[in-house]
Each structure stands twice: as C-alpha cells, then as structure tokens.
Ligand binder design. Sequence first.
Ligand code: PTJ
Length: 247
Amino acid sequence: EIEIPEDHPRYQSLLTRHRIEEGVNRGITSKQGLIAEGRGEAFDYLLGERTIESADAAERAAAAQLLLADHPVLSVNGNVAALVAPEIVDLAEAVDADIEINLFNRTAERMEAIAAHLRDHGAENVKGLTADGRIPNLSHERAKVDADGIGAADVVLVPLEDGDRAEALGEMGKTEIVIDLNPLSRSAQVAAIPIVDNIIRAIPNITDHARELRTADHDQLAEIVAAFDPEAALAAAEAAIREGELA
Ligand code: PTJ
C-alpha cells in the first residue's frame, strides 16, 4: 500500500486510482479498466465527489428491489473487484444475493484472479466460472453467464456495465440496477434503477439501506420501488453535473 495523506483534498480519488492500478498489477483489472476509471473520475469531479440526493434515493430503491427479489445476483467485473470486493461480499450477505463474475474482456486468468480475490474477502460461492448459460444477441465471449446465476436471476446489479450487455440483459426480462457515474450512458438509460454515483460510495450505502429495511414488509418495499422514477433520477444527476447545483 502506498501512503496517501488523508488530508489531501483529492484523497478519495487518489486512493481509487491506486486500487485500480493495483488491480491491473494483480491481473484483476483490464488495461481498459484504467480508461474507464478516468472517465468515471471526470464525472465524479463534476458531481462534487458526493452522493447526490437523487442517488441516495436510487440506492434505497435498489436495496428494496434486491430484498424483494427471488434470485438477486451482483455482477462483478475487473474494476468492481479492484475497488469494492469486501463491500460486495457484505452487500451479498445483507440481501442474500449471489455474486457472479462477468467480464467484458473475458480471460480464464482474470476470471481466476478475481474469484481468488473475492474468496480472500469472504465470498463463499463465486459464480461465473461454469459459463453454461448465454445472454441472447451478444457475441460469444461477452454472452457467457452461469445458468443458475445471472441466467436464472430476476434482479441483477450491474455496476460499470457496457451498454450492449445492459440492453441485452434487459431484453431477457431481468430487472437491472446499474451503477454508472455517467447519466448519459446507455446502461444508465436502460436500467430500471440507475444509480449515478461512485461505486465506492454506492455499494456501502445500498447495504446500509438494506440493513435498515430488513424489517420492512413486502408492501413497504414494493412501495419504495414503485415511487422511484428512473427518468427523474437521471435528469437530477444531469442537472447536478451541468449546473453544479446542490441536488
Ligand atoms: O473487467 P471487464 O473486462 O469486464 O471490463 C470492465 C470495463 C469497465 C473496462 C468495461 O466494462 C468498459 O469498458 O466499460 P466502459 O464502457 O468504459 O464503461 C464504464 C462506465 O463506468 C463509464 O460510463 C464510467 O463513467 C463509469 N465508471 C467508471 N468508474 C466508475 C464508474 N461508475 C461508477 N463508479 C466508478 N468508480
């Protein structure tokens, strides 16, 4: 671990960069993941590197949706594994979800490295390695999923997802929760619940909401989901970026 002074004004962003760099060095994150991180950072800077109010509401709706699901799955790629592995394991436990590795640039080496990393952080059953299911309308490598994981899921959390795959998963009838700092990205646009926030803030906040909602009954959870408006959330995020207003 390198030393980053905690009082540095860009502490969180430097820490994030360092984690992604480490991810690349350890064979977890792809080189394209570095570019994706840079893109995300620019949007986060414009958002004020904070969880805006509409994102917090989306994170609460996501928690309710995950608790309502029969078979929720949290999808993990190379950036997610480098940035929030312990937090993903914690969320999976809070909402009783499966964790599945799903890579845009799939290689056997990276699949194994990510699975080992997740297990180091307490994940017991990591899916994605069997790859006996397919997402229709995608090229071979990118279509691979586990038949009893994402293949059988009703609700899928897909952070930092590529637009094509987000769209194809939607066409399969999955309810998608997307985390993406770019409110104009296709993934955010096709999500039932788009969360425009940095994944390092979003995941722990969804878990906090889920723990707080643990005693809520089915109707209360369904009401939270129904009250969430994806278009309004995306518009609020875009306004916060364009106008720098305190959304
Ligand atoms: O590990 P793999 O092979 O599955 O590849 C993963 C990446 C992320 C490289 C791949 O899916 C990709 O190229 O994604 P894109 O098309 O660059 O999209 C990534 C999106 O995530 C962009 O819209 C970024 O703004 C956003 N993003 C980047 N970092 C963060 C983020 N959103 C939330 N939190 C972040 N830390």
